[in-house]
Design a protein around this ligand. Structure first.
Ligand code: SF4
Ligand code: SF4
Length: 433
């Protein structure tokens, strides 16, 4: 794609990067067929190619974001299916990240939208605040239907609907310290405990620590780690995201330098995609660029790390699993076969739902901010999953777990919960029910 940026514009490294990305796009449109919003809405401006044109026009003309650009960029799930499909290697992720920062810096959203985004950014990344918010949601839930009919309160109503009915008490898993290997030691990793996940499903990190220590791996929970920054990063709140990234980089580099780390293990693929991008996010910060690149190189999804441990083959068990590959897993991190091979090796029968490349509509805060598109995608995803006639659903991202769980009666678990069970752990409590 031809571009017309001035030398003065290209002196800004963010613009220079976006220009290089834009120049790779050959307008072929292959990406439109696999874009969930184009498939759902049928509008070129809700396709990757359409959004690329809008971003190009906005950046090239040095214009503040306008309502049209914001509408179509907000509808993008950042699922990155377009990057998997694109034959020209267009890095849509970095382009749309830049567009979102530009929107945040130049566009004044309506008051209700600003308040909602500020609340999400102030609550979701902090487990204690998030836990309190979920408790408050119990009181507000009876009014959710009413709120959804009032434009100013619509997103609050949606949020109340999405809040889980029950959630577990705080777990010991995120407490700082070292969980030593319980068999012959063969490795040492740090684990990202995360922000929303340990509140919504603490059993995921508990299963991870049990499984890894049983396999001979010391698991370090470093003091001071927190939210990876993905939630605010996707809202264009770059400074808040970079503060989170720098804090985690400091914590993990300290842990790596003190005791050595083979990996930083991540159990939410949405977080994994962002942490693997820390090297890029902090590339212009001389104090952090090198350390952040080191952290990104150490970051591994739990299934990626387990695949390196050469686990023994288990006897077949009479359980069929529909494997839902989160977008951040398959498109963001390009991890496609490892989770399924691990499950098969552990004795499960694995089925692939149709249209596996399409997003379930969760996408961080997307299901709160874009409830209609999100609900359409969820219904489509659930239909495809239920058509597999599997017993249970497995996936590797807490966002997908909470989203899909609100659309089906099938039990849905994190892949690592099933692997922990297969390799000597208790049967997951959610399956006992
Ligand atoms: S990230 Fe997903 S929703 Fe956004 S343009 Fe690409 S395919 Fe479409
Ligand atoms: S597939 Fe790639 S090159 Fe083709 S229009 Fe989409 S982003 Fe551009």
């Amino acid at each position: 794609m031809q571009t017309n940026f001035t030398p003065a514009q290209l002196a800004d490294p963010h613009v220079a990067e976006s220009e290089a990305i834009l120049r790779k796009c050959v307008h072929c449109g292959f990406c439109t067929a696999t874009c969930p919003t184009y498939v759902t809405l049928g509008n070129e401006l809700d396709s990757p190619r359409g959004r690329i044109y809008l971003i190009k026009d906005m950046l090239e003309n040095g214009r503040p974001a306008d309502e049209e650009v914001v509408t179509h960029i907000d509808r993008c799930l950042s699922c990155l299916a377009c990057m998997t499909t694109c034959p020209s290697g267009v890095n849509y992720m970095h382009l749309v990240d830049h567009a979102r920062i530009h929107i945040e810096n130049t566009y004044k959203r309506p008051l209700a939208d600003r308040l909602m985004r500020a609340t999400l950014a102030a609550v979701l990344p902090y487990p204690e605040r998030f836990r309190l918010a979920l408790k408050a949601a119990r009181l507000g839930r009876p009014f959710a239907g009413l709120m959804k009919r009032v434009p100013l309160l619509k997103t609050v109503g949606v949020m109340l609907d999405l809040a889980p009915r029950g959630f577990a008490p705080p777990s010991a898993a995120p407490q700082p310290g070292v969980r030593p290997a319980t068999t012959k030691r063969r490795g040492r990793v740090a684990i990202l405990t995360g922000c929303a996940q340990p509140v919504l499903k603490p059993e995921i990190n508990e299963a991870t620590i049990r499984l890894l220590t049983r396999l001979g791996i010391d698991v370090v929970v470093p003091e001071g780690e927190g939210c990876c920054g993905a939630l605010v990063h996707h809202m264009g709140r770059e400074e808040q995201a970079l503060v989170a990234a720098r804090r985690n980089v400091d914590v993990w580099i300290k842990a790596a330098d003190e005791g050595g780390l083979d990996a930083i293990v991540i159990t939410a693929s949405g977080c994994g995609t962002t942490i693997k991008d820390y090297g890029h996010m902090l590339r212009l910060d001389p104090a952090y660029a090198e350390k952040a690149a080191r952290v990104s190189a150490l970051a591994k999804d739990i299934t990626e790390y387990l695949a390196s441990l050469d686990l023994s083959r288990q006897e077949a068990r009479n359980v069929t699993v529909a494997y839902h590959s989160a977008c951040s897993m398959q498109h963001g991190q390009k991890i496609t076969t490892a989770p399924k091979l691990l499950l098969k090796n552990a004795g499960f029968t694995v089925r692939d739902p149709a249209e596996g490349h399409l997003c379930c509509g969760s996408a961080g805060t997307y299901n709160i901010l874009q409830p209609e598109i999100s609900a359409t995608l969820k219904a489509r995803k659930v239909k495809n999953i239920e058509a597999t006639k599997a017993d249970i659903i497995a996936t590797g991202n807490i966002g997908c777990i909470t989203q899909i769980a609100t659309g089906t009666q099938m039990p849905i678990l994190h892949t690592v919960e099933l692997l922990d069970w297969a390799y000597g752990g208790e049967k997951p409590a959610s399956l006992e029910k």
